[in-house]
Design a protein around this ligand. Structure first.
Ligand SMILES: Cc1cc2nc3c(=O)[nH]c(=O)nc-3n(C[C@H](O)[C@H](O)[C@H](O)COP(=O)(O)OP(=O)(O)OC[C@H]3O[C@@H](n4cnc5c(N)ncnc54)[C@H](O)[C@@H]3O)c2cc1C
Length: 440
């Protein structure tokens, strides 16, 4: 039996981050069943022919060049008492420290007809290959269920291929976990402009067809012709093989403390397979993002090398692209924040460059602020230029507990191509609006 000092189950961003950060300082084995680790985030762009498929495949050298052994196998059982992982290929691996980084898989809801051909989710290399082959076979009508970032990116990719594309969500607005209604409506207008058929505030109740999907029935009895439906309605932690063990698992994943320790000594968990809390409210929230998985991996890697770092919790800064617009959000939405705090919101609207520059585009930033302590709870941006840097600036304010008065003094930079005039900055302007509202 092979024994590792550290055995990692899972070859996604969380597991890869661990191997990269620990390198050959400890003897590591990393296990994953699939042929290739994927850059999941880039998969929609293969469908719309922006990227060749091969570009989404990570090379094995990402982990092997760190000195780790790559084990191509699936863990099927863990004997925590004797510290042994049993695999599908009938091998046993021993460990001193075990890290579970098994990620999460897309949810396929239990709707009548889900077993039909043409009903899919979207995560693996296999999923991508199947969608590419269906798209190339000349499919005419497709539906995407779930108007979160993955659903929106998928719908745009399919629409870009000239396929009649429907985007369905039971929530009344798109990107409901990222954007409030006022900003989401601008993204919706852009999707409609692209020619995507939006069906919001509607639930899929049945999938119809003989052996293959032919149509989708909504709760208002509308029937939408569709040969392919892709569900992007959320993710479920990949922990089924552990459910009869002594490992503590809650509804959204494995329970860990801020050092990523589970209830079992020498067993840790990181990434999408973990349930964790909001860094703002300390309440359990979902945070199944690569950015969170990587941050957890970094904290654990440092601790396994003797440091004493703590994971700060989910802030969920995220972004997507909708037609010609870039949108992003972080922290609490106005809707969520209002359930817990007495809040105000403040907006600033500028141009992405000096307005006299011919290419300057519109940009709007919204802050959500707690009236009691004047701290920033979240924010959203919609812009003609990429927004992740601005999202991250707001996350920094939220994560480090800055109040709007501190933002008034924020030292920013300015240049004709890249910002508004020196006289103003988007974040500072929104903070000024917030201070005015709170003090009035
Ligand atoms: C289409 C798509 C787009 C996305 N876009 C973004 C984005 O833009 N930004 C962002 O931050 N996040 C994005 N995400 C989410 C992001 O990909 C995940 O949060 C991230 O991959 C989680 O990393 P992880 O390592 O925890 O899990 P995963 O990446 O899911 O990796 C889990 C690994 O564990 C392996 N595994 C599972 N069970 C076992 C077992 N029993 N034995 C051995 N190995 C096992 C799996 O095979 C896999 O290798 C996107 C996801 C998808 C699907």
């Amino acid at each position: 039996m092979n024994k590792y000092d550290i055995l990692i189950i899972g070859g996604g961003p969380a597991g890869i981050t661990l191997t990269k950060n620990i390198k050959n300082k400890r003897n590591i084995g990393i296990m994953r069943p699939e042929d290739h680790s994927m850059i999941y985030c880039a998969m929609p762009y293969v469908i719309e022919d922006l990227l060749p498929y091969e570009k989404t495949l990570k090379t094995d050298s990402i982990v092997t060049e760190t000195g780790a052994d790559l084990i191509r196998d699936l863990a099927v059982e863990i004997d925590f008492e004797n510290k042994i992982v049993k695999t599908e290929k009938d091998d046993n691996y021993g460990y001193n420290d075990l890290i579970i980084a098994t990620g999460a898989d897309p949810i396929l809801p239990p709707i009548k007809g889900v077993e039909l051909d043409g009903v899919m989710t979207f995560k693996s290399e296999k999923d991508l290959k199947k969608i590419l082959s269906i798209v190339n076979s000349g499919v005419e009508n497709v539906s995407v269920v779930g108007a979160g970032a993955i659903g929106i990116e998928l719908a745009q990719a399919l629409n870009e291929k000239g396929i009649n594309t429907n985007l369905i969500d039971m929530m009344p607005t798109v990107l409901p976990n990222m954007l409030d209604k006022d900003i989401a409506e601008e993204a919706e207008a852009e999707l409609k402009e692209l020619g995507i058929n939006l069906n919001l505030d509607k639930r899929v109740v049945e999938l119809k067809g003989d052996s293959s999907l032919e149509s989708i029935v909504l709760d208002n009895q509308d029937e939408i012709e569709s040969e392919l439906v892709i569900f992007a309605v959320g993710m479920k932690a990949n922990v089924d093989f552990l459910k009869d063990s002594s490992l503590e698992i809650a509804a959204d994943g494995i329970l860990v403390n801020e050092k990523m320790e589970t209830n079992i000594e020498d067993v840790y968990a990181v990434g999408d397979c973990v349930q964790f809390e909001s860094g703002i409210t300390d309440e359990v929230i979902s945070g199944k993002l690569a950015t969170n998985a990587v941050a957890m991996g970094r904290v654990l890697a440092a601790n396994l090398l003797g440091k004493k770092r703590k994971y700060q919790g989910f802030y969920n800064g995220a972004a997507t692209k909708v037609g010609g617009l870039y949108v992003g959000g972080t922290g609490l939405t106005e809707k969520l924040a209002a359930e817990k705090y007495d809040i105000i919101t403040a907006q600033a609207k500028f141009k992405t460059a000096f307005p006299i520059m011919p290419f300057a585009k519109d940009v709007k930033l919204k802050l959500i602020v707690n009236k009691a302590d004047r701290k920033v709870l979240g924010g959203q941006i919609i812009s003609g230029e990429p927004v992740t840097d601005k999202v991250d600036k707001i996350t920094m304010a939220v994560q480090y507990g800055l109040d709007v008065d501190q933002l008034l003094d924020f030292n920013y930079s300015s240049q004709p191509y890249q910002s508004f005039y020196p006289a103003h900055n988007l974040l500072v302007k929104a903070a000024e609006e917030a201070v005015k509202k709170i003090d009035s």
